[in-house]
Design a protein around this ligand. Structure first.
Ligand code: SAH
Ligand code: SF4
Ligand code: F3S
Length: 445
């Protein structure tokens, strides 16, 4: 059987896309392998969000090309395929810069991979497919399956918000929402193949407006009806587009986990305006309060950008103030990275690298302190944990609490992919460790 090795960079949407490319190539007889040396196809799914992310592609291609050469010496042919957001943004350039690439496909074209691979002829030239087709790739992809008890499901893709720093509207195109029935069917396939948790994905997931439900809140209620599905999550949400129905779902839908990732980016209204984010810091806090009224224990997480053009020390301190007011359970924070083709990259008042680094350190110190407090507050509590991964140590499993906190437990593999009640014994700033609440553990045979 032919094999495909897939390496994924970037966000959860890219992880989902990689699984769908695996499905698509599976229809051509390719099976996934974790070892690149075995790969008849070596596939890189790339990210363009920050400069560092995009640069990783070239070092990785160099590594894969060595493997390709080694395999050629053994008489084995290897295709190097590059997919994802870098292809959409700079397809021509990367083909010119890296001659080892055979095929490059953008995020809206990967359903065509079986056809492209089947007809590929190196002598006729390398292939670049990076347009925005009128029809949806989802209509062409074969059925999917879960490889873990926690699965991703893309329900919405693309973005019409055009934040001035961001490449996503250019790499993923305009907003598209999949119909509810299609989403429910895919969710059923995932649950039948072992998923207990589904993370509904979208670049602006709460802007979902597909056929068959009024908003994301109603869609979640429909997904919650699937027997065997125990946890629902969704990400990433755009603050000003939160509906009351979604907020209420957190109070009413038991399967919906008490967690929301709601990126604020900056606490300064001047910077939010320059970023073209369509809310103020005050409005953001008001939305958080609505979630907390509906579900008092909800964990809040966010993304932050420091050193956006024009950000003064005072603007940055506004961000610190908002962080203190909200109290985050976890967060992601980045130095602003100027991206080609975005308006912010052309702004005159760029912030120096030194200041960006200094602000990032200060912000991350505060965020880590808050995360530590949130983790420490779990000690002594009994919580259901979905165990999805094997730990580094033998006999250890890793899972997630409803608040998406990483949790370690000593347990054998029978418990992998199960939800078990754990008593939390210890906490660090980044993980919990728990023990079984013995009489409550039931292992499904
Ligand atoms: N749609 C989501 C974010 C998707 S991109 C939203 O609007 O919240 C993920 C995160 O990457 C963003 O939230 C932002 O914090 C960060 N990001 C995007 N572009 C960036 C850039 N040019 N420099 C630094 N961070 C960036
Ligand atoms: Fe990028 Fe803004 Fe769209 Fe998020 S909302 S994907 S940050 S343009
Ligand atoms: Fe990166 Fe594209 Fe996701 S740029 S963050 S892989 S949408």
């Amino acid at each position: 059987m032919s094999k495909v090795y897939i390496k994924t960079f970037g966000c959860q949407m890219n992880i989902y896309d990689s699984a769908r490319m695996r499905d698509a190539l599976g229809s051509l007889g390719y099976e996934e392998t974790q070892s690149p040396e075995e790969g008849d196809i070596l596939l890189l799914n790339t990210c363009h969000i920050r400069e560092k992310a995009a640069e990783k592609l070239f070092s990785e291609i160099g590594r894969l090309n060595e493997i390709k050469k080694q395999r050629a010496q053994n008489g084995q042919d290897t295709l190097i395929i590059v997919a994802g957001c870098v292809v959409q943004a700079e397809g021509e350039e990367i083909l010119q810069r890296a001659h080892a690439i055979d095929i490059a496909v953008g995020p809206q074209n990967y359903h065509r991979l079986p056809e492209i691979v089947a007809h590929y002829n190196r002598k006729k030239g390398r292939v670049l497919e990076a347009n925005f087709p009128a029809d949806s790739k989802f209509d062409y992809l074969p059925k999917t399956h879960a490889t873990s008890a926690s699965a991703f499901l893309a329900i919405q893709e693309g973005c019409d918000n055009f934040c001035t720093y961001c490449v996503v509207p250019y790499t993923r195109g305009c907003e598209y929402s999949r119909p509810a029935d299609e989403i429910i069917a895919e969710a059923r396939d995932l649950v039948e193949s072992g998923a207990k948790e589904i993370m509904l994905l979208g670049q602006n997931v709460n802007c979902w407006h597909g056929e068959g439900a009024s908003d994301l809140g109603e869609l979640i209620r429909r997904v919650a009806e699937i027997d065997g599905l125990e946890r629902i999550r969704y990400t990433t949400s755009y603050p000003s587009k939160i509906t009351e129905n979604l907020v209420r779902a957190h109070a009413e839908v038991e399967k919906l986990m008490p967690y929301i990732h709601l990126p604020i980016q900056s606490g300064s209204n001047k910077i939010l305006k320059a970023m073209n984010r369509q809310y103020t810091a005050e409005q953001y806090i008001e939305i958080i309060n609505r979630f907390r009224t509906a579900r008092p224990d909800i964990a809040i997480s966010s993304d932050f950008i420091v050193g956006f053009p024009g950000e003064t020390e005072e603007d940055f301190e506004e961000t610190l103030r908002v962080v203190k007011e909200v109290g985050y359970g976890s967060s992601y924070s980045f130095k602003y990275s100027p991206r080609p083709g975005t308006p912010a990259a052309l702004m005159k008042n760029q912030v120096s690298e030194e200041i960006k680094t200094e602000r990032l350190i200060r912000l991350q110190e505060l965020l880590l302190q808050q995360q530590k407090q949130a983790y420490e507050a779990m000690v002594g509590k009994e919580v259901p944990v979905l165990l999805t991964e094997k730990g580094k140590r033998k006999g250890q499993l890793i899972g997630y609490t409803p608040y998406l906190q990483t949790t370690h437990v000593n347990a054998d593999e029978r418990f992998l992919n199960q939800i078990v009640p754990l008593k939390i014994k210890k906490a660090s700033a980044t993980s919990l460790s728990g023990e079984f609440v013995c009489d409550k553990v039931a292992v499904k045979k």
